[in-house]
Write a protein that binds this ligand. Structure first.
Ligand code: CA
Length: 217
């Protein structure tokens, strides 16, 4: 899953990026509101972690524009301890959750997973399909109760496809979600990971729609 982190504090941003990357997220980090607004217009993210005090454009303005366009991506805002009014304004402008600085990285990860679940229309923490189960918190996948060992990219792919079960997910969306902006990627990398997933999960249906993308179920 791909998260846009908008934070102008280098130390905090660095810590959050490291923590979320360790949790399996593809993290895109931007340091000002202007470039965040541009990225949110051109790119698709699974979640946004948005600081409110930002150079160039305040986080609240970024959020209002985003919701004004009908974009429903889950947004968690970060705010200073003494800024209750700011948090209220953020929630009323369409934020889904907030954390007060300083915060615990484990809590941020758990809150983002909760937001993702809701965005995928589920209250159940495990994603299931038949006898397949995926736990985003422990990053464990089981098939008929047996653990299946997946690489981080394979896990990320399965997570995205399973969360969108029944819908077609485009190739571009999958590539962005598992690699992000910075990575140098071989053109057939996605196909290789899909091939490996099918080998490890032979009873699980992953359909190829040639030239379009993939569909789970
Ligand atoms: Ca700030």
């Amino acid at each position: 899953m791909r998260v846009l982190l908008v934070e102008d504090d280098d130390l905090l941003g660095d810590g959050v990026r490291a923590g979320l990357t360790l949790g399996g997220w593809t993290v895109e980090w931007l340091r000002d509101g202007g470039s965040a607004a541009a990225a949110l217009t051109s790119d698709v993210f699974d979640a946004v972690v948005l600081d409110l005090g930002l150079p160039k454009k305040p986080g609240l303005a970024v959020l209002r524009e985003l919701r004004g366009r009908g974009n429903g991506v889950p947004v968690l805002i970060l705010s200073a301890r003494d800024a209750v009014g700011e948090r209220v304004a953020g929630l009323d402008a369409g934020a889904d959750d907030y954390l007060v600085k300083p915060f615990d990285l484990d809590e941020l990860g758990a809150r983002l997973r909760a937001l993702l679940r809701r965005a995928q229309g589920s209250a159940e923490p495990l994603l299931r399909f038949g006898d397949l189960a995926l736990d985003p918190a422990t990053r464990r996948v089981t098939l008929a109760g047996e653990t299946v060992e997946l690489g981080p990219r394979e896990f990320a792919l399965l997570h995205l496809l399973l969360g969108a079960a029944g819908r077609v997910v485009s190739r571009g969306r999958l590539m962005d979600s598992i690699y992000g902006w910075d990575a140098e990627v071989e053109s057939n990398a996605l196909e290789v990971h899909i091939h490996n997933l099918r080998k490890k999960l032979p009873s699980v249906p992953i359909r190829t729609l040639r030239g379009v993308g993939y569909q789970f179920g």
